[in-house]
Design a protein around this ligand. Sequence first.
Ligand code: FES
Length: 108
Amino acid sequence: MTESFPFDRLRACTNFRAGDLLPSCGAVNAKELATALKEGIEARGLPLKFEKVHCMGRCHLGPTLKLLPAGPFLLGAQPEDAERLLDMLEAGDIEAATTAFPNPDAKE
Ligand code: FES
């Protein structure tokens, strides 16, 4: 992670909605992903604060992650992707992270 890395927080939605009417991150392994990311951040000593939140409005595209402040959404990562994602963040390669876990709603 370079000194110019502009983000200091990684926010993860772990909301779970029972039933099939509305999608939720918790229904697609968000809690397991959050655990893997939190443990990975701690193990690597990355200067990223990890936050769990209830929803970020991307429920149909989750698990939903967001870099803060004012960073991109990272969508659809699974627990087995956690180490690869942390490799990208540690290297400061945000473009690789947003390519691997894209936000289809993002403006060009
Ligand atoms: S349930 Fe995760 S963004 Fe809404």
